[in-house]
Design a protein around this ligand. Sequence first.
Ligand code: PEP
Ligand code: MN
Length: 375
Amino acid sequence: MLAILHPNTELDSEAYSQTMHYLENLPGVSVRVHEVQGASQRLTEIYLLGDTKTLNKEEIEALPAVERAIRISDDYRILGRHKDDHRQSGFTYNGVEFSQNNLNIFAGLCAVDVPEHVEQMMQALEDNGEVCTRMGAYKPRTNPYSFQGHGKGCLPWVFEKAGKHGIKVIAMEITHESHIEEIDTCLEKLGRPTGVMLQIGTRNTQNFELLKAIGRQKTYPALLKRGFGITLNESLNAAEYLASEGNANVIFCLRGMKTEAGQPHRNMVDFAHVPAVKRLTRMPVCVDPSHSVGSRDRSPDGILDVMHATAQGVIAGANMVLVDFHPKPEKALVDGPQALLMKELPAYLEDIRLCHDTWKKRQAIYQTLKDSTAE
Ligand code: PEP
Ligand code: MN
């Protein structure tokens, strides 16, 4: 059961203490408080866990601080969608809105290499009106002798350049909880010229201690990649780990599944799951066409498979695209062969906008059917 309090309920008010006193004394029930800070109001959600089957919804709703109560299923309690649950989805971070209705593009380098390439990438983004990027400083590599990323050493100049080019959010994978502090210390020292979204890679989807550490802080939102070899349910539960620790600002990223059946692509593209994740949870959904497709192969229509895969995700309602670009792919230290080129950026952005608009039009044409079946 979930009890949603009246907006902006003060935690030192009489109504709050009476409500909590009642809830905390329910036999066999434990109480977990979750704060949601929206643009104009603060919402307090109280999750009642344990033996809640016999609880009376009307009785809970009669408590002085409670606005409404919702019976929630066991799965994805905080991030999930439940019957009669009209809670908002998404959040705003560093001035950028993330929701299940809009779209943000994070084009950038798979791995930070040299300042010149980061500069060229960010300049191109600025020239095209983009305010988000991806930049890998900590790289999880299959081979221990491969380049592991520049780590904290590159953070100062990457963040400074981002600030210079008006980049507001950088998706940056972290592989250890100590990286949160390294990023935070660096940003703080520089006066926070940009923002960071902490990315959890597919190899760490079920690294529960890392998830808990990221979930315990609320400064940075999280981008959770789907695990490449586990079920969708298991990956969505991993996202719920973040929320259960207190951070519900989570975006879920589809990045393909590892199977021979995916060939000739690097992974089996799984973007048909975009609407499924939006139906099951309130998370904005990201697609990563670079790590799904993994090549610059082109079909006879002249369009790269990476671009086709992007279009498939976006036309199905994806809310974010995470994609590898590089000014000189032959010099890239990681994943050069799948990177898109600077000269391809404007057309790619136009293609994505076209697909996002088409998704909106698709919703409109099916809306009339939805209305008539509801009657
Ligand atoms: C990445 O985005 O750089 C990456 C390593 O992706 P994944 O975790 O999906 O393999
Ligand atoms: Mn990569």
